[in-house]
Design a protein around this ligand. Structure first.
Ligand code: 2HA
Ligand code: ZN
Length: 269
């Protein structure tokens, strides 16, 4: 079957990175059933032939107006699709959409009319925000990491930067590779525009945010970058839990050790 990825190696590479990450999400136990979603901004790979592809779906409202997305194209995981299936068949479990000129609706253009993720309002709001601030980030990831979600069931962890500092202090790499820390968003209905708005507000300060009792949302240069940031935070959460399971509160790196690291790796404060 013909695919939009045929003879477009640069675009295919990005989509196959999504497939690779989808496999990791499943292996990690972060992607039960249809859990999680991924979107990537692929506008830079779009040629005249893609621009002239006809719609293969109805015009569908996004639910919000996103002025920076005019003429943009995204690869999106399909709603109700499984990450473990997407890992093998990305173009059967996801699709490419075109944002229409009203910036408030989209059509699917390839390969098949797979309806995009239920979290499309959040994902597209994040891309709109990123473009607006001139960021070169192209990927957005939502997933359900067991350890990090469990931590949001404990009220003291929901205070600003409590989890950021706790997780950073478990192992030096976490601050090095997730230097902006972990934002917290109080519980909101999945897929809601409310959740989307709260998410972009937190992206001002963080690349990874927790949706209380639901999951994480991360943005990055590409999908590997977004995944890696969640992965290092999850590693820290595992170290914390392992120490607690051994019956003690982990000491954490000292303030001096954190400061030394921050200077040595040229990290933000
Ligand atoms: O797509 O994880 O939040 C399934 C979800 C919705
Ligand atoms: Zn979810």
């Amino acid at each position: 079957m013909k695919s939009i990825l045929d003879n477009r190696p640069a675009l295919a590479k990005e989509v196959y990175k999504v497939a690779e990450v989808a496999g990791y999400l499943w292996q990690k136990g972060w992607a039960e059933r249809n859990g999680g979603n991924i979107t990537i901004n692929i506008t830079e790979f779009v040629d005249d032939e893609i621009r002239s592809l006809p719609a293969i779906s109805d015009v569908t409202p996004i639910g919000t107006t996103l002025p920076n997305l005019k003429g943009c194209y995204f690869y999106c995981k399909g709603t109700n699709m499984r990450m473990r299936d997407l890992a093998r068949w990305p173009m059967e479990n996801g699709s490419v959409i075109r944002i229409l000129d009203d910036c408030a609706s989209y059509v699917i253009i390839a390969d098949q009319p797979v309806k995009p993720t239920s979290e499309l309002p959040s994902h597209l709001s994040m891309h709109n925000f990123l473009i607006g601030k001139g960021s070169d980030y192209k990927a957005s990831l939502h997933t359900h990491p067991i350890d990090l979600i469990a931590m949001t069931h404990h009220k003291p962890f929901l205070e600003k930067d409590v989890l950021t500092n706790l997780l950073w202090s478990m192992i030096p790499e976490t601050k090095a590779f997730c230097p902006r820390g972990l934002g917290i968003i109080p519980y909101k209905l999945p897929s809601s525009v409310d959740l989307a708005q709260a998410t972009i507000k937190e992206l001002e300060d963080y690349d990874v945010v927790m949706w209380e009792k639901h999951g994480v949302c991360a943005v990055g240069i590409d999908i590997m970058d977004a995944f890696d940031q969640v992965d290092v935070l999850s590693k820290s959460a595992q170290i914390y839990m392992t120490a607690k399971n051994m019956g003690f509160e982990p000491a954490g790196m000292t303030a001096e050790q954190m400061q030394e690291m921050t200077v040595a790796f040229h990290l933000p404060k």
